[in-house]
Design a protein around this ligand. Structure first.
Ligand SMILES: [Cu+2]
Ligand SMILES: [Zn+2]
Length: 491
């Protein structure tokens, strides 16, 4: 049986934010563990869901590392590879198959008029049905357990985030009384005593002499009032008994100088920056927790619907919104040394059970059409290359978005304007943000070349498909220039 090993993905950065974790986190591998043990350990070691985790499946130095940006994703991944989970899925499928078989037997027995065969078939059908029911119940139970876990993560994340926000607000609101004093005068006072007009007016405002020793607050208040005359240089002695004057380009610069010079204000500024950083970090963790709860809720709704015999499709509320940011993911793919500058955003909106509205805005494109697809995975460990083939759960061949025979992921082409920007909206009936064939957690892909929509050269469709000769697998759309994960959006 396959094992795995894991470690925290942020161990080396030391920038975890939550000090309590840092000590916990030796930067080393867990050593060989069963999936079950690894899942339990990762759960125990992460209070909220969002620490990055690096996994190796199987364990060992030769094994490739996979990075997951939060613990839950790593757990989901392990669970999906877990022999127990696979067995449960298999048992559900097996039960369904057994039910079908028993029904066929029963029909045959009825035809033959063989009562004992009929009774046996009925018994088998009943048992298969019960097994299927148990499998569905187990799936719902598991989904509920996962939701509970996510809700707990979320609950745990709320308090610290609120506290951090309060601390940040308090740091900003804190009144600091400075001991700093200074004398000042306009730095251009001597230059503009002639000529009349506005210069004259300033000069009148501004006797060419030092102000009295003024407090920090007084000077800041005065300078903030002279915004209009911001172009005037300022001479300042700070503190007021300083011998040499300093020259500042304008009042605004002088105010900044005062803030930097005052130890109390400087300390306050540092406090504000630190508090803000802490708040931002915690708040982003909170957002991740909210996303995870939403996903877990959808899974529960879907499992509930399956158990009730409803189409899981109808269990969600609309619209469901997801977003995807596409970038070259560090490595240009499939085309050698070229460097892609292509990037963009894609917004998915499942408006009802049927229709998904997809709005894209992609920039940095070369002229001409570019293949645009949903690919199977959001694995970018080898840039966009590791995202797998077009998402194709129904085992079809590649085609155009309007074709009956197409991959779910086939969205055709996007075409840029003169500025290299492609934008537009697609309404699609195969792309779903819910249920078994949801594209959430998969990836959007932009290609270097035009997608021939399945009508081109198909001499080497693969696998692996040969670029330029695999029309019915890839649309011959060429190198992968930008990609990104499709994620549920949290309002
Ligand atoms: Cu593609
Ligand atoms: Zn395709």
């Amino acid at each position: 049986m396959t094992d795995c090993e894991w470690r925290f993905g942020d161990a080396a950065t030391g920038a975890v934010g939550l000090a309590a974790f840092a000590g916990w986190n030796p930067m080393r591998w867990s050593g060989s563990q069963s999936f079950e043990k690894a899942i339990a350990d990762i759960r125990k070691a992460t209070k909220d869901g969002d620490r990055p985790i690096i996994l190796k499946v199987p364990s060992g130095v030769m094994s490739a590392e996979q990075t997951f940006d939060d613990a839950q994703k790593a757990i989901d991944f392990l669970a999906s590879k877990d022999p127990n989970v696979q067995a449960a899925t298999a048992s559900e499928q097996g039960a369904t198959a057994a039910m079908e078989k028993a029904a066929a037997l029963k029909a045959a027995a009825e035809k033959e008029g063989d009562e004992s065969k009929k009774a046996a078939a009925e018994q088998a059908a009943k048992e298969a049905e019960e097994a299927a029911q148990r499998a569905k119940e187990k799936a719902l139970e598991d989904a509920k357990g996962a939701l509970e876990q996510q809700q707990k993560y979320l609950k745990d994340a709320v308090g610290p985030t609120e506290a951090a926000q309060k601390k940040f607000d308090a740091a900003k609101a804190e009144k600091v009384s400075s001991d700093l004093t200074a004398k000042w005068m306009w730095g251009d006072a001597g230059e503009k005593t002639w000529g009349g007009g506005w210069a004259q007016k300033f000069t009148e405002m501004n006797p060419m002499r030092w102000s009295k020793s003024e407090s920090f607050d007084e000077i800041v208040a005065e300078f903030n009032k002279v915004e209009k005359n911001d172009g005037r240089p300022v001479l300042m002695k700070c503190p007021a008994d300083e011998k040499d004057a300093q020259h500042h380009a304008n009042a605004k610069v002088a105010v900044k100088f005062l803030y930097d010079k005052c130890p109390k204000h400087k300390a306050q500024k540092e406090k504000i920056v630190a508090a803000e950083q802490e708040y931002v970090e915690l708040n982003s963790k909170l957002t991740t927790c909210k996303t995870n709860v939403k996903e877990a809720e959808r899974k529960v709704a879907s499992a509930e619907a399956v158990l009730k015999g409803n189409d899981p499709v109808k269990a969600s509320e609309y619209p469901i919104i997801a977003t995807c940011v596409v970038t070259p993911q560090g490595k240009p793919c499939g085309g050698g040394a070229e460097t892609s500058v292509c990037s963009g955003t894609v917004r998915f909106e499942q408006v009802d059970e049927e229709t998904c509205r997809i709005h894209y805005h992609i920039k940095g494109l070369t002229p001409g059409k570019h293949g645009f697809h949903i690919h199977e995975k959001a694995d970018f460990s080898d840039g966009c290359n590791s995202a797998g083939p077009h998402y194709n759960p129904h085992k079809k061949t590649h085609g155009a978005p309007g074709d009956e025979e197409r991959h779910v992921g086939d969205l055709g082409n996007v075409e840029p304007d003169n500025d290299g920007v492609a934008q537009g909206e697609i309404h699609d009936k195969l792309i779903k943000l819910y249920g078994e064939f949801s594209v959430i957690g998969r990836s959007c892909m932009v290609h270097a070349d035009e997608d021939d929509l399945g009508t081109g050269n198909n001499d080497s469709p693969g696998p692996p498909p040969v670029d330029g000769k695999a029309s019915k697998a890839t649309g011959n759309a060429g190198a992968r220039i930008a990609c990104g994960e499709i994620k549920v959006a949290v309002e």
